[in-house]
Design a protein around this ligand. Structure first.
Ligand code: TTP
Ligand code: MG
Length: 386
């Protein structure tokens, strides 16, 4: 059975609840936060006000009509940011694998946290309790084996939600839901599906993958998979570090392809090593070159799967140089790097199993270098480097 390692946490009526927290007079009342002027818009409404049909993005004039007794409060972004920071620091007490989706919403990848903090259910309960006790707010928690289902779980059980979707109950939960419950299905796709007579996920599942792709393009494939509770997207940690790179300015300008390759490999090795030391992987490989006349060029490519191995960094960099025809003149500077970083490379490996041996080899090289020094082992191509 798939591990229930993905958690989605979303605060209930966030802005409105922060206002109630700071002003006890508002507690228990219908509260609408938003622009008070004639053209103002509702940012959010407390659940008391939602009963009257008030919701985010609604013109304030309409909201006032629907719920005339509501207390209307101006937006205080700075304060919400402050509370948001406190919430995220609670998440980070449990795992560094936190992907911020918005001011009040995040995914947590709990893989590797269970020995210390218990099952996902226990961690979910603790997070809810901590947020309540330390901050005074209520969060909805959803737990599942992928991002789509975890987010769905927290949404379905709001407010004060706590829901687990496992592989055992995912089908019975998904099937009767309306297609717009699928993460990413906006108004346009929903309309198109409805026009085809498809209203529920069960109905969507009757359409073959090929047909969905024909009609919706790339989204069609996602629709097919999400309807079946399949979602391969990984929790992407919002790492402060944006990229890892290396560059060198040559003593004299270089034209020799083999020497350029050797230098590139050496730098790719350093980039890869730092990447793996930090347990990161990256989607985008970039190269930088400078010609003797100081013209500088950068080129990049973004992959479908995160890159972790030195060989792939090197090969991609080399292809970038080649396909962009950048080696037609001697080089004064050469650089290579990786960006669009994500965490948890071990787990992501399952996405491209065939590369596993490559990864093991890379890890072994890292370890040998660690033990016996940088010069202890080299890639063949590096021998051309002087
Ligand atoms: P949400 O999490 O979408 O909404 P919420 O927290 O108010 O209510 P719930 O999650 O219980 O359904 O958004 C978080 C905050 O972002 C929300 O409190 C106010 C702000 N926001 C806007 O300013 N405009 C909007 O259109 C939306 C959707 C949210
Ligand atoms: Mg919310």
């Amino acid at each position: 059975m798939a591990d229930l390692d993905i958690m989605h946490v979303d605060m209930d009526a966030f802005y409105a609840e922060v206002e109630k927290l700071d002003n006890p007079e508002l507690r228990g009342k219908a509260v609408i936060v938003g622009g008070k002027s004639g053209r103002g818009v509702v940012s959010t409404a407390s659940y008391e006000a939602r009963k009257y049909g008030v919701h985010s993005a609604m013109p304030m004039i309409k909201a006032r009509k629907l719920c005339p007794h509501a207390e209307i409060v101006r937006v205080r972004h700075k304060r919400y940011e402050e509370v948001s920071k406190e919430i995220f620091s609670i998440f980070k007490e449990f795992t560094p694998q936190v992907e911020k989706l918005s001011i009040d919403e995040a995914f947590l990848d709990l893989k590797g946290c269970h020995n210390i903090y218990g099952s996902s259910r226990e961690i979910g309960k603790k997070i809810k309790i901590n947020i309540k006790q330390k901050i005074g707010l209520v969060a909805s928690v959803g737990i599942s084996y992928n991002k789509f289902l975890a987010k769905l779980a927290s949404t379905l059980d709001k407010p004060d939600g706590f829901k687990i979707i496992s592989s055992k109950n995912s089908e019975e939960i998904l099937d009767p839901l309306e297609v717009e419950k699928i993460w990413g299905v906006g108004k346009k796709t929903q309309k198109k599906l409805n026009k085809m007579g498809i209203n529920t996920i069960a109905e969507l599942k009757k359409i073959p993958r090929k047909k969905l792709i024909e009609i919706f393009g790339k989204i069609g494939n996602s629709l097919f998979e999400l309807a079946r509770g399949i979602d391969q997207r990984k929790v992407k940690t919002n790492n402060k570090r944006k990229s890892i790179s290396q560059e060198i300015t040559f003593n004299k300008n270089i034209k020799n392809d083999k020497k350029i390759s050797a230098t590139l490999m050496k730098m790719a090795e350093k980039v890869g090593k730092r990447l793996r030391e930090k347990n990161l992987a990256g989607y985008t490989i970039f190269i930088k070159i400078r010609y003797p006349d100081f013209t500088t060029k950068t080129r990049s490519i973004t992959k479908n799967n995160p890159v972790i191995s030195t060989t792939e960094i090197y090969q991609t960099g080399k292809n970038l140089l080649k396909t962009n025809n950048l080696l037609k003149k001697p080089l004064r500077l050469l650089g290579i790097g990786i960006s669009n970083l994500t965490s948890n490379p071990y787990e992501q490996l399952s996405l491209f199993d065939k590369n596993t041996s490559n990864y093991k080899l890379t890890k072994t090289i890292d370890e040998l270098k660690q033990k016996f020094g940088e010069e202890s082992i080299k890639h063949g191509i590096e021998l051309y480097e002087d």
